[in-house]
Design a binder for this molecule. Structure first.
Ligand code: ADP
Ligand code: MG
Length: 626
């Protein structure tokens, strides 16, 4: 029998398979099982339009058998089979979808990327086998043929005997080498696990004879080996079942089984979409972030199935970054099994699904917020930061989706509030949404600028997360109410009496402040009478876009040279300290300089900024004491 050559392109792929250093060789089984399942589907669809053909579900199954001594694994199906020509055409050339994948990733010379996430079909069997024997009998034919290949140098097709319709593939498993173990593919438990992992939801039973030790009848303490045919796959995936028949426990078990997380999910949503794109999905909201969630190592993504067959463990294109915490899976009939990562990215169906899923997640969160506030707050403690990053990133493109999902601690009972809740209960005369920044709520509560806003009866949002103020800057305003820091120059209301105003306006006071300012040249932009301080003598505020809090955060980042907020030193002219300043100013310029430095240092410390020269501060305090 003359050996036929593989087509050039197929040969290259085949060589890559044979020599593959790829570690995930196990996917060969997924590929063969999905082909078997496709072959049975073909009969099923044919029967729909062919009265002569009856499809009895129980006749259709896949069987995996292992023969350790012969080093073979055999996969038999009762599908549509292949004629002689089909064996030649289908197994001699690489499948169409696969060849596309091949072309778009041909820069990956060792085939690493190609098999990484996607099937390359039938040839993947050569990753673990050095010889393949495919015996097949096509539907409606009495003849059977055998296709035999031991690698890249070709294949032969010859006549064969086969009693039933369908295909049998015998894989001769490679011998172990120094670097590679192939023996494991001859182990029942191993194949069983691979079936579970990738092919659990194939619609046809995947059977295997499983041997186990059972107590021997009639004789105590003795065991015998019993071989029993078992179905390895569960066939009907949870996501194809009717959600009305499923309980929370079912979903929680699925979450655990799938190892989406080790926590108990806060909420799930089960989607059966039947519109422009057909897919099933189950999405989970975890309660706790994975340990690596806020690191670069974390990989977002949903499992992606094509018609019940897992094609990708983490499809990142299905989730926007800001919903990267969501776990779960998507199954669509509209996706091909053999599709490369790059093609997938541009796949119209996938984009539609992703958009759809984004909206589902959004409404899942909205309803959690509305109906299960406690759970939402738990969720927010874990993942709120991610939402805020989402607002901030991409130039605020997604703020519309996200701003209503944000929570901030409010001065009112220190409860978490949404922006909507805040605005809803704003007094009529309140112009802005006020916020204060600091490391902790306790620290913010001590800030001198807070008093006057709270006394006015206004609520203040306490921002304790680095990202908070940046996120608010991106949102700009909510319901036409702008955000305003309590330490910004203009609070939007007057706190001074007209007497204060007069005193602040006197020539003497102006001169005094000018004197302080020149002493603090380069450090503060101006010194002025405070309109907000009540009991404290001094504070810092900022003019312009960059707040003091933002300066602090940016200074903690690399390449942040020169970021500086325009600081204003505010003095409480009703405080005794101001009296002392006045006296020093008229009588003792040295003392005036000393007081100025001290007040400035105090203001820095209150803001949580560092003092340039702590030794000088310490000396200054001593000078005042003695
Ligand atoms: P794909 O499944 O993407 O078409 P494969 O390389 O996996 O690519 O398979 C190539 C072709 O070989 C299939 O399209 C099918 O026509 C045929 N084939 C493979 N396995 C079987 C099988 N068990 N029964 C019938 N036909 C098969
Ligand atoms: Mg295939």
């Amino acid at each position: 029998m003359a050996k036929k050559q593989f087509k050039a392109e197929s040969k290259r792929l085949l060589e890559m398979m044979i020599n593959s250093i790829y570690t995930q060789k196990e996917i060969f089984l997924r590929e063969l099982l999905s082909n078997a399942s496709d072959a049975m589907d073909k009969i099923y669809y044919k029967a729909l339009s062919d009265d002569q053909l009856v499809f009895n579900k129980e006749d259709y199954f896949i069987k995996i058998s292992i023969d350790k001594s012969a080093r073979t694994v055999t996969i038999t199906d009762t599908g549509i089979g292949m004629s002689k020509e089909e064996l030649d055409n289908n197994l001699g050339v690489i499948a169409k979808s696969g060849s596309l994948a091949f072309k778009s990733e041909n820069e990956a010379q060792d085939g690493h990327n190609i098999i990484g996430q996607f099937g390359v079909g039938f040839y993947s069997a050569f990753m673990v086998a050095d010889k393949l024997v495919v015996t097949s009998r096509a539907l409606g034919s009495d003849e059977a043929y055998r296709w035999v290949s031991d690698g890249a140098d070709g294949y032969v097709i010859e006549s064969a005997e086969k009693a039933t319709i369908g295909t049998e593939i015998v894989m001769h498993i490679k011998e172990n080498t120094e670097d590679e173990q192939y023996d494991e593919y001859l182990e029942q438990y191993r194949l069983k696990a691979i079936v579970k992992k990738y092919s659990d939801f194939i619609r046809y039973p995947i059977k295997m004879d499983i041997a186990s030790q059972q107590p021997k009848a009639d004789s105590e303490g003795e065991f015998e080996e019993v071989v029993e045919e078992q179905v390895l796959n569960s066939m009907v995936p949870l996501w194809r079942r009717n959600k009305n028949e499923l309980t929370d426990d079912d979903y929680n078990l699925f979450y655990m089984d799938k190892r989406y997380g080790f926590d108990k999910p806060l909420k799930h949503v089960h989607i059966s979409a039947d519109g422009a794109v057909v897919y099933n999905a189950i999405l989970f909201l975890p309660e706790n972030p994975p340990y690596d969630f806020y690191t670069k190592e974390y990989e977002k993504g949903l499992e992606l199935y094509s018609n019940g067959v897992l094609i990708m463990e983490k499809c990142s294109d299905l989730l926007p970054d800001y919903f990267g915490f969501v776990k779960g899976m998507v199954d669509s009939e509209d996706l091909s099994l053999n599709i490369s990562r790059e093609l997938l990215q541009h796949d119209r169906q996938l984009k539609l699904i992703a958009k759809n899923i984004k909206n589902k997640i959004k409404s899942m969160l909205q309803s959690l917020l509305k109906d299960e506030r406690e759970s939402y707050e738990k969720f927010y403690a874990s993942f709120g930061r991610q939402l805020k990053f989402g607002v901030y990133n991409d130039y605020g493109m997604n703020k519309g989706d996200l701003q209503d999902l944000l929570l901030f601690t409010s001065s009112k009972d220190k409860q978490l509030v949404t922006l909507a809740e805040y605005v809803e209960r704003m007094p009529e005369d309140q112009k802005y949404i006020y916020y204060a920044t600091g490391e902790s709520v306790a620290r913010i509560e001590k800030s001198p600028q807070l008093e006057v806003v709270l006394d006015k009866g206004y609520e203040v949002l306490y921002l304790t997360d680095d990202i908070d103020e940046f996120a608010l800057k991106v949102i700009q305003s909510y319901n036409e109410k702008e955000f305003r820091s309590i330490s910004s120059g203009d609070l939007g209301f007057d706190v001074n009496s007209s007497e204060d105003q007069e005193q602040a306006e006197t020539e003497e006071t102006k001169e005094l402040f000018a004197g302080m300012q020149s002493l603090l040249d380069g450090k503060v932009k101006s010194v002025k009478a405070s309109k907000r301080l009540k009991s404290h003598p001094v504070c810092l505020s900022s003019e312009g876009e960059l707040s003091i809090e933002m300066e602090k955060i940016l200074k903690g980042m690399p390449d942040a040279n020169g970021v500086q907020a325009d600081k204003v030193l505010e003095i409480n002219i009703n405080h005794d300290v101001f009296r002392a300043l006045q006296q020093a100013y008229s009588n003792d310029q040295e003392k005036f300089g000393l007081y100025t430095q001290l007040l400035y240092s105090q203001a820095l410390l209150i803001e949580g900024l560092s003092i340039e020269d702590p030794v000088e501060l310490s000396n200054n305090i001593c000078r005042v004491m003695v």
